[in-house]
Write a protein that binds this ligand. Sequence first.
Ligand code: ADP
Ligand code: MG
Length: 340
Amino acid sequence: MLIQFKRWITLFTCTFLFASCDQPPPLHHETFFILGTLVEFTIADTPEPTAQAAILAAKDEMQRIHTRFATNHSEGETAIFNQLPAHRPFLFSSEEQQLILQAQLLQSQSQQAFQITLGALDQLWGLSQSPMRSTPPSESSIQQLLPDIDCLEPLANQQWQKRVASCQLDFGGIAKGYAIDQGIKMLKAHGIANAIINAGGDMRIIGTKHGTPWKIGIRHPRNATKTIAAVDLSGDVSIVTSGDYERFFIYNDRRYHHILDPKTGYPSDRAQSTTVIADNATLADGWSTALFVLGKEGLPIVEKYGMAALLIDHDGHLYQNQRMDSMLKTAQHPPSLSQQ
Ligand code: ADP
Ligand code: MG
């Protein structure tokens, strides 16, 4: 009887161990409302207390960046600079200066499609605020605030000034990516090797999901429940999508959204969505906005700078550059439509 009982115990323990060895430990998920969006942290293969401490540190860091770069945080450098009159030197912190320089590089590489000095125009359109505007501003007010490409003047020692008062900074096209990068830096500093930070669809992933790549879906711009493609990502890489479906209003059957063409002052009408895969989220975020303004002609430019990209144009046709093509083939999820 005793022997039989021992045997039963052994069998039970083995079965239990087998089951627990076979199944990977659960993923650790947490979601917060920061950066004006839902930010989801997913961590794999990490003890719960380590994951929790890492997520809290990353979240605090991302919130700090938001305060510094958002135009509506009165204590942030961006908001203070925006209030200044023309020709008043302002000393930026080195962090802010770095992001300005990165944005300016992107501005020239994207043939001025990306501009961080369209803050006044962005305010006029009121699409980044709540409540949002529901009618377009007048043509004359748009023309008055069209950003001058050189309106931000560098002085010595991290000081900058505006050439005109309407030259206002708007980091909305790049700051979320920078915040994600800093969040990942925090996770790594806490020893996390396998994770995703997903800020409203803008992501950076590290490592794997229990040894296999993370599978990332790219959403359909006109149907939030559908994906247009999926890609397998592992290592350390970022994927960011910009779309005309996030913040928009319809007026006289026309869609007005939050990505502005600095040449016209109006929302760009060349795309419904753009997705860029790059080494980090700052680049992917900035370039997805820039590509949105450039339209499909921008795909070879993104290719030239070593990034994968796809774009759904205003008619719903899908185009992708060669790098994206090879990534989607590897992922065995070739998209159905035409290729650039
Ligand atoms: P989201 O913030 O919804 O993820 P994007 O990354 O494409 O979308 O950024 C859109 C934001 O970028 C706008 O709300 C505005 O603040 C800013 N922006 C709009 N047009 C441009 C542009 N041409 N260049 C740089 N920034 C832009
Ligand atoms: Mg962007």
